[in-house]
Design a protein around this ligand. Structure first.
Ligand code: NAP
Length: 459
């Protein structure tokens, strides 16, 4: 059985088809991955690094076509798509250069000949979401392969084509069976990967509900888990915040990048009551500059939502806000008003008047819509920011680094940013979410550590 993949900016355009694999198909692929592990796990780190480096060179040559395909199946603007692919390739180079040094056995104590050595674990399943499928798969599969594991990757059904093509290109440099793709539904393919005894580790990125289900299935065979889940990131705009040409674009981008379909997007804003009117006005003006259209058009600054389920969910939330008497400030401009209903396009919006219990504040909207709420003092702001089952990222917008640091100590998030949000300047430094946002660290050596078992050797 095959499923059509349509362009979210143009429903009439079918970009490709994806095979909906059965249990038996997954079984066959797992057998290949399991068999390939026997030889791949014995290759040297230098050989693995060299193959990854060559594959990275090849991918770099295909970057432009890959990014275009990505926009056509995902919807995000071309420059955002290029960043995702470029970072995936950079990651291959970084891992390849870190690998030889990382692989050296560590002596634990110079007075005792006991070494901490590492070895790969086996078949690793990588299950990824549709919002950033290539980058979020490569962040898991590259260190897994580099440390000598074999991998079966399951792309999201809404956005599988670019990832499948990237894997095809990388596979020109790897022995058969080391890196495998299996497409199909989460309920069939994903659940089989999370349950099968031959899978020794699962690296999952996606919603908290699905993560919970995978943890449950994987617990039956005690697999090692990597979990990066949902978020509802707060931004705290303090009394002394700088709201100018430098900070407003950063704030806007942290809300609207990829039409808000980013796990680490700002999803609620708490602003000091003395700056509420000013922030609403300035952010409204900033949202008004947004041009919504096909991600391949040069003028577009925000693309469509990726799929019907997500579009209906976010549109439904906005509707509920209107029905419950909240103010919805719809902003931005349509690039092609004639083709508006031929894509999952949505104008960005600011929601005013929401109480803490309102769905728009409590849920992960994953769309170009943000509620702004006023707070009176720091206690109030911190308590409301922490009033969420999630704990991915948070940010504090203030002149004072000390105040930001003081609040950061009290905010329940895997990372807290000062006058920025989401990504550190060094793109490869990352921290895991906390609470129900997950628990796995994946930058540099932490990623390599995650995919290998450490064992002791000595007397
Ligand atoms: P999702 O519905 O949880 O799906 C993610 C992946 O899991 C897809 O490949 C999906 O397959 C698969 N899946 C679904 N049900 C499954 C099951 N029962 N067993 C095994 N696998 C299953 O998430 P999404 O809608 O694609 O992505 C959006 C979510 O991901 C948001 O919550 C966002 O915050 C989160 N996310 C988190 C991070 C992070 O780093 N923390 C990064 C990006 C996104 P199908 O596509 O076939 O359903």
């Amino acid at each position: 059985m095959f499923q059509d993949i349509i362009n979210p900016a143009r429903f009439t355009e079918i970009i490709g088809q994806v095979r909906m694999c059965s249990d038996a198909d997954v079984d066959e692929i797992l057998e290949q991955a399991h068999a390939a592990f026997k030889t791949w796990s014995r290759t040297t780190p230098e050989e693995r690094a060299s193959r990854l480096r060559e594959a990275a060179r090849d991918l770099r040559r295909a970057l432009s076509e890959l990014a275009t395909l990505f926009v056509r199946e995902n919807g995000k603007p071309l420059r955002e798509a290029e960043v995702d692919i470029r970072r995936s390739i950079e990651l291959m180079d970084i891992v390849s250069s870190d690998l030889p040094e990382w692989s050296k056995p560590a002596i634990l104590d110079p007075h005792q000949p006991v070494f901490a050595r590492r070895r790969p674990r086996g078949v690793t399943a990588v299950i990824s979401p549709w919002n950033s499928p290539v980058l979020l798969s490569f962040k898991r599969l590259v260190p897994a392969i580099a440390t000598g594991n074999t991998v079966v990757v399951k792309p999201a059904s809404h956005c599988p084509l670019t990832l499948t093509e990237c894997v095809r290109l990388v596979n020109r440099f790897l022995p058969a069976g080391v890196l495998n793709v299996v497409t199909g539904s989460g309920g069939t393919v994903g659940e089989k990967l999370a349950s099968d005894d031959r899978v020794r580790a699962v690296a999952f990125t996606g919603s908290t509900d699905t993560g919970r289900r995978i943890i449950e299935l994987a617990s039956r065979t005690v697999k090692k888990l990597f979990m990066e889940l949902g978020g509802n990131d707060p931004a705290l705009v303090l009394q002394d915040a700088i709201l100018n040409q430098e900070t407003l674009p950063k704030l806007t981008n942290a809300i609207l990048r990829a039409a808000g379909q980013v796990c680490i997007a700002i999803k609620r804003i708490y602003v000091h009551e003395s700056r509420y009117d000013e922030l609403v006005e300035k952010l409204s003006n900033s949202f008004d500059q947004v041009i919504v259209g096909d991600g391949l058009a040069r003028e577009t600054t925000m693309g469509p939502l990726n799929n019907k389920a997500q579009f209906d969910f976010v549109a439904g939330l906005v509707d509920k806000c209107k029905k419950s008497g909240l103010t919805v400030l719809t902003k931005g401009r349509k690039l092609d008003p004639g083709g508006w209903h031929q894509g999952f396009f949505m104008l960005p919006a600011i929601i005013l008047g929401a109480g803490e219990d309102h769905e728009i504040v409590q849920c992960e909207q994953f769309g170009p819509v943000v509620p702004i709420m006023a707070f009176s003092d720091d206690e109030d702001a911190v308590a409301r920011a922490n009033n969420s089952p999630y704990g991915l990222r948070a940010s504090v917008w203030t002149r004072s680094r000390d105040r930001a640091q003081e609040l950061a100590d009290r905010l329940e998030a895997g990372a807290v940013f000062w006058n920025s949000h989401g990504i550190f300047q060094d793109l490869h430094i990352e921290f895991p979410g906390i609470k129900q946002s997950g628990f796995s660290r994946d930058s540099r050596s932490a990623a390599l550590d995650h995919y290998a078992d450490t064992y002791g050797f000595g007397q």
